[in-house]
Design a protein around this ligand. Sequence first.
Ligand code: G6P
Length: 611
Amino acid sequence: MCGIVGAIAERQVSAILVEGLKRLEYRGYDSAGVAVYTDAGQLQRCRRTGKVVELEQALQAEPLVGRLGIAHTRWATHGAPSEANAHPHFSSTDLAVVHNGIIENHESLRGELQALGYVFSSQTDTETIVHLLHHLLKSHADLADALKAAVRQLHGAYGLAVISAAQPDRLLAARSGSPLVIGLGLGENFLASDPLALRQVTDRFIYLEEGDIAEIRRDSLQIWDAQGQAVLRDMVQYHEQAEAADKGEYRHYMLKEIHEQPKVVQRTLEDRLAADHVLTQAFGPQAGELFGRVRNVQIVACGTSYHAGLVARYWLEALTGVPCQVEVASEFRYRQVAVQPDALFVTISQSGETADTLAALRNAKDAGYLASLAICNVGTSSLVRESDLTLLTRAGPEIGVASTKAFTTQLVGLLLLTLAIGRARGSLPAAVEADAVQALRGLPGLLKQALDMDGQIEKVAEAFAEKHHSLFLGRGEQYPVAMEGALKLKEISYIHAEAYPAGELKHGPLALVDSDMPVVTVAPNNELLEKLKSNLQEVRARGGQLIVFADRDAQLENGEGTRVINMPHSHALLAPILYTVPLQLLSYHVAVLKGTDVDQPRNLAKSVTVE
Ligand code: G6P
């Protein structure tokens, strides 16, 4: 989704801004631009549709030389991806703005500003902000004062960066609903929508909070909160190496991230397991007491994270007896929800900034839930900061738009949650917990075995490259695994893929099955295996091409139109995590065969910060 980078320094900033944009590329975008206050005393900009590298080449041909600048990658919401709609947007020649988010009242503002004589050169909502600010500068001499007045008129969500040729000793920022972080340097300061963009210039960051406005100068910083009060915000220092900086030996980030799963699952389990039980404190100091009172769980998430929630429902209801509902955040947030007594509100998110998930959490605050818990990969995210309890998934930065290691670590976190709730409520026998804990310790090794099957799966992928449609089947907790497998395939290979509970096949989708329709099935050796085998017969009888990932003890055999890939035997609780891996690899190899942009698939964004 859109990315923001800003810099004010003694040195030239163009290269820093472009490098920052490159580091945000993984979020997905369709155009990019930079505005610099040049040493010649003018605001100048360069914008390009397509990749940041095109902007970089344009800047090499015609450099923008200056020490103050803002930059942006845009993911189109209002107006098509075009140079005119790309940010930064200007008002006259002396004011430039970049913006993440959506201004809901942009149409009425546009009308008012046009009546005042402003001429719009784009279809964006952002352009209303820059003209509004320009207009307010006529009555507010100071840029920060004008920005404070401007944001009072904006409805919607924004992260803003502003520079002005009239006040070139400062970079202004405003945050409401779209994250912004200030990077601190020596005699230079920076701004970005994600600290990852600035890791090459600093390891010290200050996160702006909702409603904050910041005036950033080379050697000073002033922040005002939503009430206009001057405030000090805490500084965070990062020590860990930015692991995501390169792809290492791998051809794509996605493949690297798939292969990181044993390591990051191990990390997610560290310090969280005692010899025979889960350390409930891992969720926060009050977790033990709160979990003991939980009588219901409401899970809310989007995309891949939603699929993790669907798996967790099977675990929670089976192991703790606690009823659980799972809903996509964009639906949940606009619905009148009947809140159950003592219900725990759980959000799941890789980024912790997904607009719908965050809005659902905010709605839930006053709705009467027992407490909120975030299962999230980013410790400094809004979701984590606004939740009562947290479990960090420690997957490390995930760059591939298609989520892989974030999903498996979410599943690990949700299994820990299930065990912790079960024990706190006294509904889970100690022996069952001890057995699950022991199995979890073996999970990284099991995932390595699944990754060793890569060569076999690459061959299976060949059967897909020419297909246009596919079905994914699973039963029980493998049904959401099939949903996640189908999502992966459509995200990166653009092949239409649908997931069905295998028992539902004959109620419609069977009509689609023919020799052109690969049917992928996940078949661990559980109590539903025999039923699943019958479902597979139904497919074979219609000429469907079966690809079955099955427990090696499941006694499923290769045959005409049936390709069986034997999976290592696993504890039943771990099967959804284990069976996810070959489906990730399958999608990856199909996408590579099709030659798509694996890490940045068309039309998608990594972090969806608009609704
Ligand atoms: C986008 C990403 C998905 C992700 C979803 C939810 O659609 O492309 O991979 O699952 O957002 O994101 P979150 O950060 O909340 O997990």
